[in-house]
Design a binder for this molecule. Structure first.
Ligand code: PMP
Length: 429
């Protein structure tokens, strides 16, 4: 009846339980209160000149077609250069038209994957801590997220913690795979830990995927940001994995231009054909000029591959210095850092600061979340609570770490250091 229809909620079932987004909340807090923002993950330094110049040329050059629609599944120069690059990285022949698709950032690539592969009743394994949108996107597609945690093993006496101390328990991981498992989401280098998965860990995941016929959605947006000579290993290059893996990347992270929102998927046509279906029925097409400029950026990088002038060599070198600087600063302030092997994030332990932040007994909100809010309001320093990267049931298990982004100008990191050292002095005086 009309009565029954009118008493139904106006929103579709897809929106049930996915209405909260921590970024909306913490970005607003940072905008309102922060003087130093080490919260959301974006550089406050400019992208490289060659990239900016490529965009200027795309916009003001002779080729006015760069202001118009281009190919729906990716501007031809961009998919061609991406195919060339990934052929080299994977040792796998690629067809730019069927093995690569351009998206509006890695975010849309993720959304397309879940829409393309996940049905009601399907389970998707997510390794905790995880980039928060995976959970909501799986739920929106009708699937069931299944969580498996990386567990922190205490480091040897006196040693600083490292993101490598966070480990998968192989038996626990294996126990999550069953006949309902459709996919696993892998994010290496991992946001928020900065963990770079080792070959052994990737082989463990790969073997389980092959054994249980499971897809791997491999979010590799931080692929170029690895430190201390560590190697980023692509799971798609392991035996049996190419045919079941979708690699996801982002020009935002690769070229320090997160606002451009250019991303991509790379994988076998048997998977990408369905990603194309989602794309053509939703976004259809990504901004042409930005794709053109990113294509130019990759052409330069392919030419300079492995050479000292390459941005892919220089950026991690610069970021490693910034990482070390923030590690020192946090350590001196008594906020014990976990040294990341990759990404532009690091976690710091806030246990020593418990006396400063008023405890709210029986609060539903994890301690780190209240701490991060208190810190931005009272100290002007913005960071993101680790609990934001856990599912609802596990949020209180790891609630004494906050995540800092160190992809920042020296002046920003210095200003953060000033806040931290002054705070420490107030505590001890
Ligand atoms: N995956 C991870 C792990 C990320 O950290 C981010 C950005 N924070 C994204 C995907 C989204 O990337 P993009 O900005 O290209 O959409």
């Amino acid at each position: 009846s009309l009565q029954a229809k009118m008493s139904r909620p106006v929103q579709s079932r897809r929106l049930e339980g996915v209405d909260k987004n921590i970024w909306v909340e913490f970005v607003k807090l940072a905008a309102t209160y922060s003087t130093v923002n080490l919260g959301q993950g974006f550089p406050d330094f400019p992208p490289p000149d060659f990239l900016k110049e490529a965009l200027v040329t795309a916009l003001s050059g002779e080729n006015h077609m760069l202001h118009q629609y281009t190919r729906a599944f990716g501007h031809p120069p961009l998919v061609k250069i991406l195919a060339q690059l990934f052929e080299k990285l994977l040792g796998q022949e690629l067809d730019p038209m069927t093995n690569v698709m351009v998206t509006v950032g890695a975010y849309q690539a993720l959304f397309c994957c879940f829409q393309a592969f996940v049905d009601e009743g399907d389970e998707v394994i997510i390794i905790e801590p995880f980039f928060d949108c995976y959970e909501q996107m799986v739920t929106m597609a009708g699937g069931t997220p299944v969580f498996v945690p990386l567990r922190l093993k205490a480091p040897e006496n006196g040693k600083m913690m490292s993101s490598a101390d966070w480990k998968l328990d192989s038996a626990e991981l294996a126990s999550k795979f069953n006949e309902r498992t459709k996919a696993i989401v892998l994010n290496s280098p991992n946001n928020p830990l900065g963990k770079v998965f080792s070959r052994g860990e990737l082989e463990l995941i790969a073997d389980l995927c092959v054994k249980h016929d499971v897809l791997c959605i491999s979010d590799e947006v931080y692929e170029w940001l690895v430190y201390d000579g560590k190697e980023h290993i692509r799971i798609a290059s392991l035996p049996g994995m190419w045919d079941r893996t979708v690699i996801i990347g982002s020009a935002g992270k690769t070229f320090s231009a997160t606002g451009w929102k250019v991303g991509w998927t790379v994988g076998p046509n048997r998977l990408l054909q369905h990603i194309r279906t989602v794309h053509q029925n939703s976004v259809y097409h990504c901004a042409t000029a930005a794709q053109e400029a990113v294509a130019q950026g990759f052409q330069r990088e392919l030419m300079l591959y492995g050479k000292p002038d390459s941005y892919f060599v220089q950026l991690p070198k610069e970021l490693q210095k910034k990482r070390d600087w923030l590690v020192q600063s946090l350590d001196a302030a008594g906020m014990k850092p976990i040294i990341p092997e990759g990404t532009y994030f690091l976690l710091a332990d806030i246990s020593n600061f418990k006396s400063d932040v008023p405890d709210v007994p029986n609060s539903d909100e994890p301690y780190d979340s209240r701490f991060a809010k208190w810190m931005v309001k009272n100290k002007g320093l913005a960071a993101i609570p680790l609990s934001a990267f856990y599912c609802g049931a596990h949020k209180n298990n790891y609630s004494h770490f906050i995540r800092f982004c160190f992809a920042k100008e020296e002046a920003t990191l210095k200003a953060a250091n000033d806040i931290l050292q002054k705070w420490k002095q107030e505590k001890t005086s």
